[in-house]
Design a protein around this ligand. Structure first.
Ligand code: NAP
Length: 467
């Protein structure tokens, strides 16, 4: 049995310890989730909305406590943790209100007297989740999955066990059937056999590309649906006609929110040469003004990183890039003392062979690269193995739209910052994964898209005969 620890990143204090679940406890959780699914699938969508709205209310009522749990467990500033809970509540209401429309039968004219497409639940879905948005990542999967009639097993990241148990508590208190969500407190590798269990019908992962490859392999062997939301190295393109004030201000938020630990954080700043110096100056000033410190202080804008190993990995990427010629404009090292803090950092004169450009940087480090023109920006944007999000800043919207369609990423935001929104689909291409979360696309990932055909066949029956 392994011990799963909750360690406060700002103080390095162990706050809680849990024994990991035994194989028997995991088997019990699968059985409970499957039993809950068998009844939940028969509940009309309108009735599923009742506990979903209750969950939204409960999240809002308890948001101070829940936000504190997030901040003490993974270190994000309390203001961001509160906003995360609000977003979860909004998303629960959104799916409670719209699931019936998203999953309504679709009549189709074919060769039948009547034919239609129905959307039926799949069953128990295993959700393997990361620590960086410990409530949001879970709720954005869970709200649509539950509204579609599925049950869930949650394997949360090992550094956020209290968040995992708190979400389970919230779901139970909101009035969902017992067992519909069960948390598995186990280390990553121990959840692998769960994917092969016949009652588990699909798996969704938000995490690193390496873990995604492993889960896809296991899901492939078991012939199961998988949705993968993996890493990203989003470009933030600033063209010569951009409004540099808002661009630099948004760049700061897009890179340093959550101490840079976001898959859709802007990571590579590609700036057209004529405005590169001006943008760098504005960006550097905004970064220097960031308030780093105790994440429980509402004035704090940048907290510690969530784990020591993540901070060390980031430090290696910065040091190596500096050795290769990157210029440190702001920050550039770990902060001394307790807590896994890293100085908000701006590196300029970055080149394509440096780790801060060709690897994902999961922390408060911005890499700025001057580019000749929009074509070079697009080439470098697409040179990444990732393809999650991208931002373009320009006053020429027609040009931006044309550029957007040449960028290989799941989303492109023009004059704005890449963000998830339950009303818009979210996901990536290339090494950033496949499948979509949120919007009507997300709720249709974990359903059986079922064709229903009612005879007799009508004439002419050309389509059916062709088979
Ligand atoms: P990670 O190591 O891949 O962990 C993510 C989850 O996978 C954790 O619950 C982890 O459990 C579990 N896991 C690890 N190995 C596993 C295995 N062999 N089988 C099954 N589960 C396993 O990711 P991380 O490094 O902590 O998180 C940061 C990464 O996630 C970044 O690359 C980031 O870009 C990505 N991310 C992507 C999105 C998105 O929406 N696209 C959002 C957030 C983060 P343990 O904690 O027990 O190891």
């Amino acid at each position: 049995m392994t011990t799963i620890e909750s360690v406060e990143p700002a103080t390095e204090t162990v706050r809680a310890r849990f024994d990991s679940h035994s194989a028997a406890a995991v088997a019990d959780a699968i059985a409970q989730a499957d039993a809950a699914f068998q009844t939940w699938r028969t509940v009309p969508i309108a009735d599923r909305a009742v506990p979903m709205h209750a969950l939204a209310r409960l999240l809002r009522d308890r948001k101070d406590r829940y936000a504190r749990t997030i901040t003490t467990e993974m270190g994000k500033p309390i203001t961001e943790a509160l906003a995360e809970i609000e977003k979860c509540a909004f998303t629960c209401d959104f799916y409670a209100d719209h699931a019936a429309a998203f999953l309504a039968d679709e009549p189709v004219v074919a060769n039948a007297r009547e034919s239609l497409v129905a959307f039926e639940p799949l069953g128990v879905v295993l959700a393997v989740m990361p620590w960086n948005y410990p409530f949001w990542q879970v709720i954005r999967f869970l709200a649509p999955a539950f509204m579609a009639g599925n049950a869930a097993l949650l394997k949360h990241a090992s550094n956020v066990p209290q968040c995992a148990l708190t979400i389970e508590e919230a779901v139970r208190d909101a009035g969902f059937p017992a067992g519909l969500l069960r948390t598995l407190l186990v280390p990553g590798a121990d959840v692998e056999p769960v994917i092969a269990d016949a009652r588990v019908r699909a798996v969704t992962l938000t995490g690193s590309t390496a873990t995604g490859a492993r889960i896809a392999e296991l899901a492939g062997r078991a012939v199961k649906k998988a949705v993968l939301e993996l890493g990203g190295s989003d470009p933030f393109i600033v063209l010569r006609d951009a409004d540099l004030g808002p661009a630099a201000e948004t760049a700061t938020k897009a890179r340093f929110q959550n101490a840079g630990q976001s898959c859709i954080a802007a990571k590579r700043f590609l700036v057209e040469a004529p405005v590169a110096a001006d943008f760098e100056r504005r960006f550097a000033d905004a970064i220097r003004a960031l308030r780093v410190g105790d994440p429980l202080d509402p004035a704090t804008q940048v907290g510690p990183l969530a784990r020591e190993d993540l901070r060390d990995a980031l430090d290696r990427q910065v040091r190596q890039s500096v050795r290769m010629g990157a210029r440190v404009v702001v920050g550039g090292s770990k902060r001394e003392g307790k807590g896994w803090f890293y100085e908000p950092t701006l590196l300029a004169d970055v080149t394509e062979d440096m780790p801060v450009l060709n690897e994902e940087t999961f922390g408060p480090v911005a890499a700025v690269l001057s580019v000749r023109d929009a074509d070079e920006a697009v080439r470098i944007a697409n040179s990444s193995p990732y393809g999650l999000g991208a931002a373009i800043w320009t006053s020429d919207i027609a040009a931006a739209l044309a550029i957007a369609r040449r960028i290989e990423s799941g989303s492109v935001f023009i004059n704005g910052m890449v963000a998830s929104d339950p009303r818009l689909p979210f996901g990536g291409v290339k090494q950033s994964g496949y499948g979509r979360e949120l919007s009507h696309f997300g709720i249709r990932e974990f359903v059986n898209i079922q064709t229903i055909w009612i005879g007799p066949a009508q004439q002419p029956a050309k389509v059916a005969n062709a088979e």
